[in-house]
Design a protein around this ligand. Sequence first.
Ligand code: NZQ
Ligand code: ZN
Length: 387
Amino acid sequence: MENFQYHNPTKLFFGKGQLEALKNEIPLYGKRVLVLYGGGSIKRNGLYDRVMSLLKEIDAFTVELNGVEPNPRLTTVNKGIHLIKENELDFILAIGGGSVIDCAKAIAAGSHYEGDVWDLVTKKAPVTSALPIGTVLTLVATGSEMNGGSVITNWEAQDKRAFGSIHTFPKFSVLDPELTFSVPRDQTVYGIVDIMSHVLEQYFHASTNAPLQERMGEAILRTVIEVSPKLVDDLENYAYREVMMLNGTFALNGTLSMGVKTDWATHMIEHAVSAVHDIPHGGGLAILFPHWMAYVAKQKPEKVAQLGIRVFDIDSKGKMDNEVAKETIDALRSFWNSIGAPATLSDYKIDDKELELMSERAMVAETIGGYIPLKKEDVKEILRNAL
Ligand code: NZQ
Ligand code: ZN
């Protein structure tokens, strides 16, 4: 293991009726609140009215910013920063999935920064402080409700970047599985793929002697694989939704990455694809992860084989690691396809025209990926294989 520090300051309120926690929590940080949400799902399912009446009960002054896009955009972040400054707001309440929460984090950091917030997103300048944020999670996928990470798209520059800071962890997150009942089947599937991908990005690490971290990752994968087929056919089942919610949060709250050098190449490639084509994050991952795995298995098949044996129950007797690795990749791909995830970039009408641009955008450093560092040509080949 590598040396590490661990500090996760987000307080969770998990379960039915936990929305009430807003009344006690928000006044701890301020009562001038930016209420941030997406394209309208919270109005359709009644959550908006419930939150606004709780805010009224505590006499909060509220300013709203709605229309946060899936793959949230820099232009919306800037609108938020403007509203914070203009109205002297002291707290941000993000109600939504990863996109709304990520947008809140960028607004929070940007409103404490004199320069252009894109400097923070691209890590040209460090985040040194941020406005406090709280979240009400409505879609299980990103883990953003319990981490400091944020992913923002600069649509004009066709660039999508991730940044993170201890200052942008939510102060608290309300995790009520009932609030995810209205998530449609396709978004539920993208969330499942995203959760599993987060585990895989950390499972494929470049460190040694991390059996607990790996076993915890395998536990999440096995649990998600067990519950997903039932959930996608029974979207308002509380038991399935609550299991998925806890898995989603734990897949990316720092637990699995303690003491290991993680990979994340597939996420960087996916971010580049969605920066250019604006596709759902989980959809992109379902297409790319098996191709990344096949590419790295050519050099290091052992870990892929371990995943197959421990998570997909592949019988390895008398087989070489590369054979088991191939069966593992087939098992992963067919599991995702069985719940309705896409399999090729052409499912999103993406052809080879922008391979060069997407590969270039994925290269946020000279090489990407901790498990096996990839150069631009490697990325291009993975993308080509995924067409
Ligand atoms: O905008 P509304 O109308 O609310 O609709 C949203 C949106 O269209 C809808 N939705 C959310 N909750 C719902 C609901 N529909 C019905 N009922 C509900 N309860 O779902 C759609 C997608 O929402 P979005 O927030 O975009 O999805 P997700 O949570 O998957 O977030 C994706 C973004 O997070 C980034 C991705 O790159 C992408 O930009 N990521 C953030 C990470 C992080 N901060 O740690 C890590 C991830 O790997 C990821 O990169
Ligand atoms: Zn993700």
